[in-house]
Design a protein around this ligand. Structure first.
Ligand SMILES: Cc1cc2nc3c(=O)[nH]c(=O)nc-3n(C[C@H](O)[C@H](O)[C@H](O)COP(=O)(O)OP(=O)(O)OC[C@H]3O[C@@H](n4cnc5c(N)ncnc54)[C@H](O)[C@@H]3O)c2cc1C
Length: 374
């Protein structure tokens, strides 16, 4: 008989104040905010993959707040307050992450964000003042309309606008720097650790993980935070995103981020390469999955469109293709809430969680303070 764990393990390795499930940008940003606020509390993050695998390590690295047509669509669906909430928190969230990790460590560059406005939605230009007014107190002159862009083909009737303050970063470096920052603050990070059963026994969460040597090991905490995003089950709809990366392009003139087709396609420079993604609108249902994988028709559409968009002598050669899984809420607003008894959730970041992440960590911290959970 005998116990599967020793006294030493139980006393010092299995018991925490806070356990976070999911080691993406949100799980780690939450850990960073909580470790800054409560340096003496013990915090553990569980990540099921050896290197976090959801959206945070597989995205396009736009440090963006919302393109003109995306903001207008938000205003029309979730109202002015909802749209402003998203813009303000993305803007403030990015400042938190940049200050915490430093631009050079995350590859942040303010190369600019541009949007191609198609002729059939050109009326969007008539609402530029409305958007600029909405965000004027934190991003002055957000949308600019007198924009000239090198290296991008535009049809007759298409217009280009730019989004002030938008930048791009290296998503791998960001995650590496965030992990190092959390680690410096004393946060423990266990990878290859898939959380199974979670139970509340008396005033502690019991969290079960598979362990090849001992079958199962149970960890415990007084607060548990679900940051599994698309893998969090209830309320969240998964959405897979397809991406390709070209080889270096010798005659590439475009630098920055480009939003196309109301955000359904996104293209950016990565040095002299181009990262191009999107096309989920070609098969919403087929891409509503939690499994990684290439969707061939969508990848072919990306191949075709890249040459239509960029003004290049020859079609670029493709070096890599991959997919990542996003998590969507019904109203586009992320879920940050106390479910019950010390169980919190911070999930549903949609297709724009990078800039938001810094603020989501702060929101979780504010919620714990408000409810006096620690
Ligand atoms: C192709 C693509 C392009 C994108 N481009 C951009 C962009 O340019 N700009 C932008 O702002 N946003 C972009 N996004 C969205 C952005 O990446 C996400 O909003 C953000 O990464 C969400 O972070 P997260 O931590 O909530 O989720 P995730 O990064 O998915 O993290 C959740 C983690 O939970 C782990 N997990 C799941 N189940 C368990 C379990 N049982 N036990 C332990 N761990 C578990 C997963 O392995 C995963 O690592 C893009 C997303 C995709 C897919």
């Amino acid at each position: 008989m005998g116990s599967k764990v020793s006294f030493w393990e139980k006393d010092a390795l299995l018991s925490y104040d806070i356990i976070i499930v999911g080691g993406g940008i949100i799980g780690m940003s939450v850990a960073a905010s909580l470790a800054e606020r409560w340096p003496k509390k013990s915090i553990l993050i569980f990540e099921r993959s050896l290197v976090p695998a959801g959206a945070s390590t597989r995205n396009a690295g736009f440090a963006c707040f919302g393109s003109l047509t995306e903001v207008l669509s938000d205003i029309d669906t979730i109202g002015q307050d909802g749209a402003r909430f998203l813009l303000e928190n993305r803007w403030k969230g990015l400042q938190i992450t940049r200050k915490r990790l430093r631009d050079q460590n995350i590859g942040f560059e303010e190369l600019g964000g541009f949007e191609v406005i198609d002729s059939d939605v050109v009326r969007a230009l008539g609402r530029v003042d409305e958007v600029n007014h909405l965000v004027g107190d934190f991003i002055p002159s957000y949308i600019q309309t007198k924009v000239k862009l090198d290296g991008v083909r535009t049809d007759q009737g298409q217009k280009i606008v730019s989004m002030h303050g938008e930048g791009q970063l290296h998503s791998g470096k960001l995650m590496r720097a965030l992990e190092a920052y959390c680690s410096e603050k004393g946060v423990r990070f266990r990878t290859g650790a898939s959380v199974g059963l979670i139970e509340k026994v008396n005033d502690r969460f019991k969290v079960q993980l598979d362990d090849a040597i001992r079958d199962r090991v149970t960890f415990s905490s007084s607060i548990l935070i679900d940051c599994r995003n698309a893998f969090s089950n209830s309320d969240i709809e998964p959405g897979r995103g397809q991406v390709l990366l070209t080889e270096p392009i010798s005659d590439l003139k475009f630098r920055g981020n480009l939003h196309i087709d109301e955000g359904f396609y996104y293209l950016r420079s990565v040095g002299s390469r181009i990262l191009f993604g999107g096309g989920r609108n070609l098969d919403f249902e087929g891409e509503q999955v939690q499994e990684f994988g290439l969707h061939v028709p969508i990848q072919s559409a990306l191949d075709n469109r890249i040459s239509e968009i960029l003004d290049l002598k020859t079609p670029p050669k493709i070096d890599m293709r991959w997919s990542g899984i996003m998590g969507f809420t019904k109203d586009k607003r992320p879920i940050v809430r106390l479910e019950h008894d010390g169980l919190l959730r911070a999930v549903g970041m949609g297709g724009m969680g990078i800039a938001l992440a810094g603020r989501i960590g702060e929101m979780v911290k504010e919620l714990i303070e408000e409810k006096q959970l620690l």
